[in-house]
Design a protein around this ligand. Structure first.
Ligand code: PNS
Length: 163
């Protein structure tokens, strides 16, 4: 009998995708046969980019890795896991403060479905990065290169000017 594929889901708002997210995707892809990056289409706060724009920015960065699939989703992460057959949810953790919000989410997801959450510690040099910081800096016209890859920075700055 063929071994079951190990599928993980990495959910997030990715508004926009940062160097920190991309590092978690690269390291997460090594843990699973397939990693599905789930882009929450309707986060509680109005996103600065549409779901399609957020998906395309990530796709542009992972297009050479056949193990990674990027797709938008709505509603529960547990439901997305069922849909794609994932038994693991991947989340990056930058600090103790992150764990305070991540633990209840992980426990809730375990009750809502079957997927276990696995945490990857952010690389120390990227642990200060957040999409919220990036949005503020972009709004104020600052240099985005420490936070975003050159392509994402270019596209994101352009979409900001359009808005
Ligand atoms: O990138 P973010 O904003 O930290 O990601 C948060 C996200 C998308 C993981 C979280 O908001 C989420 O899981 N939303 C989907 C709704 C859900 O499944 N809720 C129940 C589990 S807490």
């Amino acid at each position: 009998m063929a071994a079951q594929k190990r599928i993980g889901v990495y959910p997030g708002s990715f508004d926009p995708v940062t160097r920190g997210h991309l590092d978690i995707i690269a390291r997460g892809a090594d843990l699973f046969d397939r990693l599905v990056v789930g882009v929450l289409a309707n986060p509680e706060k109005a996103p600065s980019l549409s779901p399609e724009e957020r998906v395309e920015l990530i796709r542009g960065e992972v297009k050479d890795d056949p193990r990674v699939e990027v797709r938008p989703f709505e509603g529960l992460v547990a439901r997305l896991c069922d849909e794609v057959g994932a038994r693991w949810i991947l989340r990056g953790v930058r600090s103790e403060a992150d764990l305070t919000t991540e633990l209840p989410m992980a426990l809730s997801n375990r009750l809502l479905g079957k997927a276990e959450t696995v945490f990857l510690p952010a690389r120390a040099e990227l642990a200060f990065i957040s999409s919220r910081l990036v949005r503020d800096i972009a709004r104020l016209g600052g240099d985005l290169s420490p936070f975003l890859t050159p392509r994402v920075a270019r596209e994101y700055a352009r979409s900001f000017r359009k808005a």
